[in-house]
Design a protein around this ligand. Structure first.
Ligand code: SF4
Length: 780
């Protein structure tokens, strides 16, 4: 099938699937290259649906790095939602890229990101939908190379039967090495095996075909042997010592539909050395590498101008731990106020949540603040190395309430090693105390999320048992009975999901068969509760004669760890010693503040901790008042059109796109008053999704000093193809709410005749307009 056939398929069928904007592409700042000039093409594949996957920063970083090369092209592919998948299978349409609508099978390589264990069946499904056999041994020379990376690649074994090469560690430099190696091998006429041999010479590349797991008679893995003699003994993870500014896109991709984190995100730092003993991310991204403060600021402001977003999110494992956080918010504050932007910190530690940070966050949007004490008792928090006292937590909550937050979100884990019911009662104690602190605020609420502990590779708790599903259910019920307050919204994760997550996370290569069987029996979108088919997984374990509990129970120190093939730099005994310290009540400090305790990462991977220099605070702390200046205002009416693929965007999404274009063109649209000011704009009656129109209207209110009349061309530069502003009128007389007529142009194929009976239409005192929707509703 050719690209033009896929475009035809989309034009004909998009209205029959949910959220058609997931498949249209054409986002702002999208990169489409001339295929004739491209030497190498890779499809970056995210195994979840568009709106969940889109905000993922790592994807955008790789997209930007690869596309920076004039003769390389990276395009994106997301998992189609089930309705689209059914349609594609029915009509024999293969999986295609968003940029050029190219069938995925035509790419030189596919790069999957392994973010979550419950995405694995989606990867098999995406390969199958592309016409590529999910099993690597069944693929041939013509198939694209299947690459996988991301945090879960640190235990590659449960996906080893499906992936050709795993990229272990930071991919910014490694992906460039991999592509160069592929191009060079191709130039030299090497076949796939010869290419794999070349790739295996790169640090950070694991090729499962070159290794074979060894099992004992009981079915437990006891080792892994090389079957290609020159393959490395262990795979050293790649790491970038410096988070260079050039890694980050200055023209980020901007979605045309609403996505889960619809804001500009930039990385503040990578790694965390707090050493929470359950946290896999904290260990696999060591050591801490902070970006330079000024780089973050300049890059963010530049990108925000290129995006039209109204929110910047500073991403890291613990944003308030950034060493120059006060300096950063100081230099940001003026600019944000001027542009009416907000800054969000997705992760805050209770003990580094200061009144400066609260002050700053309180001048922007006040959605809920999230704290993660993780455990109810101080004893258990010490055991997991998150030594936060109750007082520190209450102090943080007090600050938040004083600064105007009405919603606090709390995260707790249950089933942590040594946990007793007294520890669970302490969760209730914390909630009650926080309710007491917020008692004078009638609107004050707490959202509590309970997640089962899941022992993960590369953590001191990697040998621990996970509570059984029954035990976890019992503990959840215990909490539900105890925590009954209408101001508390208690949520919990399904223990079966957590169990499966643990089994796959600690899985060996035998698990590939289970993933394959589960997918064959219909498992996909397992991370979505509506689609989670636990029974398919139970049958898959049975079918392959595998006891899943053997992966979630307590493991002895002697047991071979399936991820031992990967060398993340930790000294041999580090995790075990940390585990022993946990059970003897000892904590380990943060090497940013105490001296290095030699976990091994820095010396073994030849990298050093990189802390942003402490800089002089340039802003005056204390309450920052919003200046209220009375402005002279002009009202304009704009005529715009919407056609081609953007016709599949909802009215709400169209508003967002136009708002962002106005922001990018620096049009000073005045803001509404109130708690959450937004641009003052009035749109005409919504155009139904799927309809093209050359005559849509919106009114905007602009500062009088600004002449918008000759700026339409500039604004249009920031709109996607298919949406454009056509005309403008100052001070329109008739309000948009007084629309008296709408012209429709009905285009039919040749075999239909449209019979119009104007007399009949006019003689009736009402007119029925029939519109076919997916549910065949008739709309009056
Ligand atoms: S080697 Fe030392 S400085 Fe580096 S991450 Fe480990 S403890 Fe911290």
């Amino acid at each position: 099938m050719q690209n033009k056939d896929i475009i035809n398929f989309l034009n004909k069928n998009l209205l029959s699937v949910s959220k058609p904007g997931r498949y249209t592409g054409n986002e702002l700042n999208v990169i489409k290259k001339n295929q004739e000039e491209v030497l190498f093409r890779i499809a970056l594949c995210f195994p979840d649906v568009y709106e969940v996957a889109f905000p993922y920063l790592g994807f955008q970083i790789l997209y930007h790095i690869i596309n920076k090369h004039p003769r390389w092209a990276a395009e994106r592919v997301y998992a189609p939602w089930v309705d689209m998948e059914n349609l594609m299978r029915q009509k024999n349409v293969p999986l295609f890229s968003l940029e050029t609508k190219t069938p995925v099978k035509e790419f030189d390589a596919l790069g999957f990101t392994l973010q979550y264990e419950l995405h694995y069946t989606n990867i098999l499904n995406m390969l199958d939908l592309s016409g590529i056999n999910p099993l690597r041994t069944r693929r041939n020379e013509d198939d694209p190379l299947i690459i996988a990376g991301g945090p879960n690649a640190f235990n590659p074994e449960p996906m080893a039967d499906f992936i050709d090469i795993f990229v272990i560690g930071d991919a910014e430099e490694l992906i460039v090495n991999v592509i160069n190696c592929i191009i060079e091998s191709r130039k030299n006429g090497k076949n796939k095996r010869e290419l794999l041999i070349e790739l295996s010479k790169l640090d950070g590349i694991y090729i499962p075909d070159f290794y074979e797991p060894v099992y004992n008679t009981g079915g437990f893995q006891t080792g892994i042997k090389k079957i290609y003699k020159d393959a490395p003994e262990r795979i050293k993870a790649r790491i970038v010592p410096d988070l260079k500014n050039s890694y980050y896109p200055d023209k980020p991709l901007i979605p045309l539909i609403d996505v889960s984190h619809n804001r500009f995100s930039t990385e503040l730092m990578r790694g965390c050395t707090r050493g929470c003993r359950f946290c896999n991310a904290g260990y696999i991204y060591r050591p801490v590498r902070e970006r330079n403060t000024e780089d973050i600021y300049k890059h963010s402001i530049h990108s925000i101008k290129n995006s039209g977003y109204d929110e910047i999110s500073l991403v890291s494992l613990s944003t308030s731990d950034y060493s120059s956080i006060n300096t950063l918010i100081g230099i940001f504050s003026e600019e944000l106020r001027k542009r009416n932007l907000s800054l969000s910190f997705p992760s805050l530690r209770v003990d580094t949540f200061t009144s400066e940070i609260a002050n700053f966050l309180s001048i922007t949007k006040k959605s809920g603040l999230t704290f993660a004490p993780e455990a109810g008792s101080y004893r258990l928090r010490k055991l997991i190395n998150k030594e936060i006292s109750d007082d520190k937590l209450y102090q943080a909550v007090k600050i938040a309430i004083e600064k105007g937050w009405n919603l606090i979100k709390l995260y707790f884990m249950i089933g942590l090693p040594t946990e007793t019911y007294t520890d669970l009662e302490d969760i209730k104690g914390i909630i009650e105390k926080i309710l007491f602190i917020g008692r004078r605020n009638n609107r004050f609420r707490i959202n509590v999320t309970i997640s089962p502990f899941s022992p993960k590779p590369f953590t001191p708790f990697q040998w621990e048992a996970q509570d059984s599903i029954e035990k976890l259910k019992e503990k959840i019920n215990f909490l539900r009975k105890m925590i009954k307050n209408k101001r508390v919204n208690l949520k919990w994760r399904d223990p079966r999901v957590s169990f499966l997550e643990t089994v796959i996370a600690r899985g060996d290569r035998k698990l590939c068969k289970v993933v394959y069987s589960a997918w064959k029996s219909g498992a996909r979108f397992d991370s979505w509760s509506d689609f989670f088919k636990y029974d398919s997984w139970v049958s898959a374990f049975k079918e392959n004669n595998i006891d899943p509990k053997s992966y979630s129970e307590n493991w002895s120190y002697e047991r071979f760890l399936p991820w031992s093939i990967i060398d993340r730099g930790f000294s041999e005994d580090f995790f075990w010693q940390e585990r022993l310290k946990a059970f003897s009540g000892e904590t380990t400090g943060d090497c940013r503040f105490i001296s290095c305790y030699n976990c091994g990462v820095c010396s073994n991977l030849n990298v050093r901790m990189n802390i942003a220099e402490k800089q002089k605070i340039r802003y005056i702390s204390g309450e920052i008042q919003k200046k209220i200046v009375k402005k002279q205002i002009s009202k304009y009416r704009i005529l715009y059109e919407k056609k081609d693929f953007p016709r599949f965007l909802s009215h709400r999404d169209t508003i967002t796109i136009i708002e962002r274009a106005l922001r990018r063109a620096s049009v000073p649209v005045v803001l509404t008053e109130g708690f959450n000011p937004h641009p003052k704009m009035i749109f005409g009656p919504p155009l139904p999704t799927g309809y093209s129109s050359s005559c849509e209207y919106l009114d905007i209110f602009v500062e009088k000093r600004y002449n918008i009349e000759n700026k339409l061309g500039k604004i249009n530069e920031f709109l996607p193809e298919g949406v454009s502003l056509k005309d403008i009128e100052l001070n329109p007389e008739v309000p948009l709410s007084k629309v008296v007529a709408i012209d429709y142009l009905v285009i039919t194929s040749n075999n239909y005749t449209v019979k119009i009976e104007p007399e009949k239409l006019l003689s009736e005192n009402r007119t029925m307009i029939y519109k076919n929707t997916r549910k065949n509703k008739t709309i009056n």
